[in-house]
Design a protein around this ligand. Structure first.
Ligand code: CU
Length: 116
């Protein structure tokens, strides 16, 4: 194998590894919102009814939470880097949420639009 063929083989291998890493991250019909630098990414999301949203904490050492006051959540359900929270949205509507400890300090909030 010459060096060009080797480079192509390595490229093909790295592409297949990326694909398998992505597909194993979250099940189908789960939409991931990443938390980094005190932000929900994306902060605004539109989904169809029945979709599950997963909030993943990708900080180095900061905990956060996902607090839907209108849904009667516990405001102190914090989760740490490497952990996540999930919620399935069956009803159509607009659902605002905040990170309760960082809403005032970092404007850390988001909104989920559930539409048919
Ligand atoms: Cu937070």
């Amino acid at each position: 194998m010459n060096s060009r063929e080797l480079a192509v083989a390595i490229l093909a291998l790295s592409i297949s590894l990326q694909v398998s890493a992505e597909t194993s991250a979250a099940p189908e019909n789960v939409v991931v919102i990443e938390i980094r630098d005190y932000q929900f990414m994306p902060a605004e999301l539109t989904i169809a009814p029945g979709t599950t949203v997963r909030w993943e904490n990708h900080e180095r050492r900061q905990y956060h939470n996902v607090y839907f006051e209108q849904l009667g959540d516990e405001p102190r359900d914090y989760f740490w880097p490497g952990e996540y929270r999930e919620r399935t949205f069956d009803e159509v509507g607009t659902f605002e949420y905040i990170c309760e400890p960082h809403n005032s300090s970092h404007a850390m909030r988001g909104v989920i639009h559930v539409k048919e």
